[in-house]
Design a protein around this ligand. Structure first.
Ligand code: NAP
Length: 325
């Protein structure tokens, strides 16, 4: 599978498609892991590796830590696997931890440091390749974050750092205290939620008032060499086989167009949806959230599909449901 260019520049030779691990580990509760959870994780990881996927995305909160825990078990039973893959995780979100303790974000040094220790323990590894700050904390102090990053790096616990769901201004604020590049920004980008494309198209138009995407974000990442990752790239299967009979017309038409293009090219529905994201010059890395081996293989077919400009616009315009200005 082709590599993710922006990460390659920093020495991470990883596949363009990433396996998101939010679906591993069973339910979002504190129940113990089951044999079924392990079987599912093993099958998903195996399918990904066979398809050429070498990067895996976690977060400390996924299934309350169980996604990392079960992945750690897969690593333990597969000698040599750790060295063949790149592991990314996130911290900074805290769920309610008891009465009067709100669900909140926390970029304090203490929380970042302890989160990484817990991530390493659950995964059973000594070094995490990439740590992302999950969602912007309004109380973020760049110097404090930079101090945490620097301690983690010096201790050999994390190789590189990035962010998720952040604006260019927030990234610049962090960079004012952190002298190394932010490697990644992971954002919700897909063929359903189009604000990330619309925001650029609607400059200087009233339609732009409705776009929910930070101004200049993709441009900033492209200029700074930040690897853009898409979470939710399959839009939960809306264009790749889910029943859309009760969906709005634009969704139904887009699903039909995806099917038509897939048939025409002899590829999977997932390949078309992901190839649409990957055709964008920001060099997006889709972080696929499926745990189904068959769907993982279907996603990997995107590596062989390059949409024409016309096909790309056809999908975009059909999904936005409104002609270009
Ligand atoms: N940074 C962030 O804030 C953030 C937020 C959310 C997620 N993430 C990351 O991004 C990854 C992907 O996110 P996501 O899971 O929301 O997005 P996704 O890849 O768009 O959706 C995957 C989900 O859709 C289901 N699905 C896919 N195709 C389907 C179909 N044809 N019919 C029925 N169900 C279908 C999958 O079920 P099956 O498993 O059964 O295929 C899975 O539950 C996560 O694993 C996580 O690593 C990051």
């Amino acid at each position: 599978m082709k590599n993710a260019a922006a990460l390659e520049k920093h020495g991470f030779n990883v596949s363009r498609i990433v396996l998101g691990c939010m679906g591993f580990g069973g339910g979002w509760n504190n129940d113990p892991l089951t044999a079924d959870d392990l079987k599912k994780a093993r099958a998903g990881v195996e399918a990904a590796l066979e398809a050429g996927i070498t990067m895996f995305d976690h977060a400390n909160i996924y299934t309350m830590g169980k996604a990392e825990q079960v992945f750690g078990q897969v690593l333990k039973e597969s000698p040599g696997l750790r060295d063949r893959i790149v592991l990314q995780s996130k911290c900074g979100i805290r769920f309610e931890e008891g009465p009067g303790r709100p669900h909140r974000f926390d970029f304090s040094e203490e929380h970042i440091l302890s989160s990484v220790d817990e991530i390493l323990t659950r995964l059973g590894i000594e070094t995490l390749d990439i740590l992302l700050l999950h969602r912007p904390d309004p109380l973020m102090e760049p110097e404090e974050v930079a101090s945490a990053f620097s301690k983690l790096k010096q201790a050999g616990k994390v190789k590189g750092f990035g962010v998720s769901n952040m604006s260019p201004a927030q990234m610049r604020l962090l960079r004012s205290a952190w002298n190394e590049p932010l490697l990644v920004n992971q954002l919700e980008l897909n063929l359903l939620k189009l604000d990330w494309v619309n925001a650029g198209v609607h400059v200087n138009q009233a339609a732009g008032l409705k776009d929910n995407f930070a101004d200049g974000l993709l441009e900033y990442c492209r200029m700074e060499g930040v690897q853009v990752q898409s979470w939710g790239p399959l839009a939960k299967g809306l264009f790749t086989g889910k029943d859309v009979s009760d969906q709005p017309e634009n969704v139904r038409k887009t699903a039909a167009l995806v099917k038509h293009m897939a048939e025409e090219r002899g590829t999977s529905l997932e390949a078309i949806v992901l190839a649409w994201l990957m055709r964008h010059p920001a060099g997006i890395q889709p972080v696929i959230g499926t745990t189904n081996p068959e769907r993982i293989r279907a996603c990997a077919e995107a590596d062989h599909v390059t949409l024409t400009r016309e096909e790309w616009y056809d999908l975009y315009i059909t999904s936005r449901g409104v002609r270009m200005p």
